[in-house]
Design a protein around this ligand. Structure first.
Ligand SMILES: Cc1cc2nc3c(=O)[nH]c(=O)nc-3n(C[C@H](O)[C@H](O)[C@H](O)COP(=O)(O)OP(=O)(O)OC[C@H]3O[C@@H](n4cnc5c(N)ncnc54)[C@H](O)[C@@H]3O)c2cc1C
Length: 396
């Protein structure tokens, strides 16, 4: 959070301590939800239109948010948040902008992996900067020919006689490409089918052999750079050794999918709040829009879907890390963005023509909810995970 006398008040009515502008990772996990709420109200909502116009990632705002070490251990400066608390934090962030929230989810996954699984050398270089937000992290699994089917990756990591790794290949859909400082790159180590040889390596963005393409021309979120990352014998530092890379990536993706479900709930809740407030004020045919049953019932359905989505997210929070975690997350990640998209459309319709204006977030939210359906594994891939579990359970 930026240094400011107006840090907002917490759930207890006390002012939020947002420090002096230096990275303010708090010792109190409960404060993270208050920090997220204040960040959205004071920084994201007023700032996002300008960031979009300037196509500028709000790096300093993210650094100062106090939300860059959510899952990192406390002894390394992190908040070590429970998943239940993280669901609240990401729901708050989703009320602001889902693309920014997604980038913060990805950064936190990288900070968590480096602080928890990195060796001494990796932690010495990156742990503190990532947790404090002085450095940003990105994650590279997708390639031009390998999206949903991650086993189709061809990026190759090889080791020389001195035991040093170098990585060559091309990653696609690299969020924060050209902006983040370190990327976790999933790569093969042998030219063999499957994922038994897959490793995960940390690669510094400014290392030799690393370059980024121009940002993609996207339908929304112009402030979030997404590029290809081209690697030509780039030096890498192993985080997960050959054989463990895909498992490490999938574990990180489970948490990322959980974050996305919570972000979708935030978008959904904010859309409903905006539409309800508007429909109470706006008069048509002699009474508030909200008193017309067609609109009231539409918003009632939006509210029911939100309750259901939150329930799935909380169940996933309970099960994440257990052997039922991936399926619970798949249910939440499939359902949350789907109903958030329906909610954004229904809430936009409540505002009539005004739903289309940038004065309200609803048109932006429709595009963002669509993005949430795809990112970190599409709705269809969540159905594949759920259906596989059905088959396994039916057979056992
Ligand atoms: C905004 C954004 C940011 C992203 N950031 C990153 C990032 O930082 N790092 C990263 O590694 N990746 C990133 N991605 C990539 C993202 O993870 C992939 O787009 C996603 O995994 C889907 O891959 P794809 O687009 O290649 O679709 P494809 O795999 O080509 O799939 C095409 C269509 O087929 C469907 N499909 C695929 N397989 C099946 C199946 N078995 N059954 C039924 N339907 C199926 C898919 O759901 C999709 O609708 C990002 C994507 C977006 C949109």
């Amino acid at each position: 959070m930026r240094a400011s006398a107006t840090g907002g008040t917490g759930t207890d009515g006390k002012p939020i301590d947002i420090g002096d502008g230096s990275p303010s990772v708090s010792d109190d996990p409960d404060q993270a939800v208050d920090l997220a709420r204040a960040f959205v109200r004071e920084v994201v909502q007023p700032g996002v239109a300008g960031w979009d116009r300037a196509a500028r990632y709000p790096r300093e705002d993210v650094r100062a948010s106090g939300l860059t070490g959510l899952f990192a251990p406390a002894d390394q400066g992190g908040l070590d948040l429970s998943y239940g608390k993280a669901a609240q934090v990401f729901e708050e962030l989703g009320r602001g902008d889902a693309a920014l929230a997604f980038s913060m989810s990805m950064h936190n996954a990288v900070a968590s992996a480096v602080t928890r699984a990195g060796d001494d050398a990796l932690r010495a270089r990156w742990a503190a900067p990532l947790v404090e937000g002085a450095a940003l992290g990105g994650f590279c699994l997708t390639e031009p020919q390998a999206g949903s089917d991650a086993t189709a990756i061809t990026t190759m990591a090889t080791r020389n006689g001195q035991g040093e790794w170098s990585v060559s290949g091309r990653k696609a859909w690299v969020s924060l490409g050209g902006e983040a400082d370190v990327f976790l790159v999933v790569a093969k180590t042998e030219d063999a089918p499957g994922h038994r040889d897959v490793a995960m390596l940390a690669i510094a963005a400014d290392a030799h052999g690393v370059s980024f393409t121009e940002p993609y021309d996207k339908a929304s979120a112009a402030f979030l750079p997404i590029t290809d990352m081209v690697l030509h014998e780039a030096p890498g530092h192993v985080l997960a050794p050959p054989g463990q890379g895909m498992r490490a990536a999938l574990a990180a993706i489970d948490v990322a999918r959980f974050d996305i479900a919570a972000i979708a709930n935030g978008l959904h809740a904010e859309a409903l709040d905006v539409a309800t407030r508007y429909a109470l004020r706006r008069q048509v045919f002699g009474k508030p829009v909200l008193e017309h049953q067609g609109i009231a019932w539409s918003l009632a359905d939006v509210a029911t879907d939100l309750e259901a989505a939150r329930g799935l997210t909380l169940k996933a929070a309970d099960l994440l890390g257990s052997d039922r975690g991936s399926v619970a997350v798949a249910h939440a990640k499939r359902f949350g963005p789907d109903v958030a998209l329906q909610a954004a459309i229904a809430c936009s319709e409540t505002l009539g023509a005004y739903g289309w204006l940038h004065d309200h977030p609803l048109a932006r939210f429709i595009a963002l909810a669509k993005m949430l359906q795809v990112v970190d594994g599409s709705a269809e891939i969540q159905r594949v995970v759920i259906a596989r579990d059905l088959v396994r359970r039916a057979g056992s």
